[in-house]
Design a protein around this ligand. Structure first.
Ligand code: AHR
Length: 515
């Protein structure tokens, strides 16, 4: 491949990454909570039943904020079921995942778990089967100091201090027919604005995210955002986006190009949000909460299939085993998020443990890292700072990405996928410049030259690559480190230019110390 050139300058930035860009998501889904984060009786569980081996991996992974309790689950959830004496909590049928919910783990346990993991909690309220009243009561239960029925109930349950939860999602994927009590944009806009008003009247310090489309391929995408924001513009700070990448077609080049559609999705939602602002002559800018993103396709199942297995507790569902090419596409998604740091202020990897997750566990057994653990760890550990505006001059390829939607087979052309997908982040505090670089060529090594202006002296601190000749290689319980990063050799800096050779189909992280 010909030389790929990148030009950037220390003074030209897209924006500063918000700490909440590096979030994750846990749902009452399969073994994410039960048998994943929470497993009383497990040899490594603490006295609250939190698995310490999982907590240790989560600390390495370092997500900053955690969305809970769903997902599809939240649209049928009675939060009151999950608080108070555990023995008295009801068992319920969960129609999202056709399982039995025992409610042994609820809001207070989640907040404690977040404290143990040093992560900010984020809550979603049920705007499906419930509404504004249940939502405002939950804010009162969580955030009001005391002296009212709901806040005193929290105290009686053993949590004297308010949880002080700042970030709240107004429902989940309310545009999706799979959702309990899905809504039209107008129906949702009305419920969301009333819930938002009441929740904020209780606690004016909270931040609120309205539901955007559950995917760019939804037929209502665009019109949905427009209508929802027409209703909620004055009452929310964020609109949400969700994306799950896939390789159903077995077309790896198109799969690796697919994060570029996340870039388009972000640009389109920004345009719609700003058009709603323009109609009001408003300088307010709605920020984006990309609060579900990942690779997910092998373990999608419809309700009819799930129903055959009865109503199990914590079934082994959505336990996607991630391979090397998944980790590469996933790394591309991290780059898309970084390169929109000016508007995407919150993002949540869906999910954290067992269900479409970077961390896997065996119930009663060990925990291990999936391939996608590594790019996410690099993203959360090295992505903080100012994202620089990088100009990439790379050969491109044409891709046609397949993304089925219900009964419809949809193809999304990507006419110019650049073989190099890159993001550059400068952390002024530590003086580190980090390059996240994905070589999307399956067959060719990429000679890379980065002209980094404005840095007086750069020295290579660390260079890492994640790749494997076998793009289908995975980590398992018996081979938990089959796929892992290794040092990237041969990176050098000469007269302000960083030179490296990126192996075909590789995720690379180059860290430079700037003096
Ligand atoms: O993360 C799995 C599911 O994907 C979530 O419950 C839902 O919001 C989305 O459709």
């Amino acid at each position: 491949m010909r030389k790929v050139d990148v030009r950037l300058h220390r003074d030209f930035a897209i924006g500063e990454t918000d700490p909440r860009l590096f979030g994750a998501f846990v749902e009452h889904l399969g073994r994410c909570v039960y048998g994943g984060m929470f497993e009383p009786g497990h040899p490594k569980a603490d006295k609250q039943g939190f698995r310490k081996d999982v907590l240790a991996l989560v600390r390495e992974l370092a997500p900053t904020i955690l969305r809970y309790p769903g997902g599809n689950f939240v649209s049928g959830y009675n939060w009151e079921d999950g608080v108070g004496p555990v023995k008295k909590r009801p068992r319920r049928l969960d129609l999202a995942w056709m399982s039995t919910e025992t409610n042994e783990f609820g809001t207070n346990e989640f907040v404690d778990w977040c404290k143990a993991a040093k992560i900010e909690p984020m809550l979603a309220v049920n705007l499906g089967t419930r509404g504004a009243d249940a939502a405002r009561n939950l804010v009162e239960y969580c955030n009001h100091p005391g002296g009212t029925a709901w806040s005193d109930l929290r105290k009686a349950h053993g949590w004297a201090k308010p949880h002080d939860i700042k970030f709240w999602c107004l429902g989940n994927e309310m545009d999706g027919p799979w959702q309990m009590e899905a809504k039209t944009a107008t129906e949702y806009g009305r419920v969301a604005v009333e819930a938002a008003k009441m929740m904020r009247w209780i606690d004016p310090t909270i931040e609120l995210a309205a539901c955007g489309s559950s995917g760019r391929k939804m037929a209502t995408f665009g019109a949905w955002e427009d209508t929802v924001l027409e209703h909620t513009f004055d009452h929310v700070e964020f609109i949400s986006l969700h994306t799950y990448l896939n390789n159903y077609a077995g077309d790896t080049e198109a799969f690796l190009a697919s994060p570029d559609l996340m870039d388009s999705f972000i640009d389109e939602v920004v345009a719609i949000a700003d058009a709603v602002a323009a109609k009001r002559r408003s300088s307010k800018r709605i920020m984006l909460s990309f609060d579900e993103w990942n690779v997910w396709y092998r373990t999608r199942r419809n309700r009819n299939e799930r129903v055959k297995s009865g109503w199990p507790v914590a079934p082994e569902i959505l336990e996607e085993v991630y391979n090397v090419e998944d980790a590469l596409a996933f790394g591309g998604a991290c780059i898309s998020l970084l390169n929109h740091a000016d508007r995407v202020r919150t993002a949540c990897l869906a999910q954290l443990v067992n269900a479409i997750a970077p961390i896997m566990t065996e119930t009663g057994g060990p925990a291990w890292k999936q391939t996608i653990f590594y790019p996410f760890q690099h993203f959360t550990n090295f992505g903080h700072g100012r994202v620089l505006r990088a100009q990439v001059d790379s050969p491109t390829y044409k891709a046609n990405y397949f993304d089925p939607s219900g009964a419809q087979d949809l193809y999304f052309p990507i006419p110019e996928a650049s073989y190099l997908k890159l993001s550059a982040v400068h952390d002024a505090k530590s003086g580190m410049l980090t390059l996240f670089a994905l070589n999307r060529s399956l067959g060719e090594e990429m000679p890379l030259e980065v002209d980094a202006g404005g840095f007086s002296k750069l020295e290579v601190d660390q260079a890492i690559e994640l790749r494997d000749r076998d793009l289908k290689a995975v980590n398992t319980k018996t081979a938990p480190t089959r796929v892992k990063p290794s040092p990237l050799s041969g990176v050098e800096v000469k007269r302000g230019s960083i030179k490296a050779k990126l192996k075909p189909a590789s995720w690379n992280v180059i860290r430079l110390k700037a003096s």
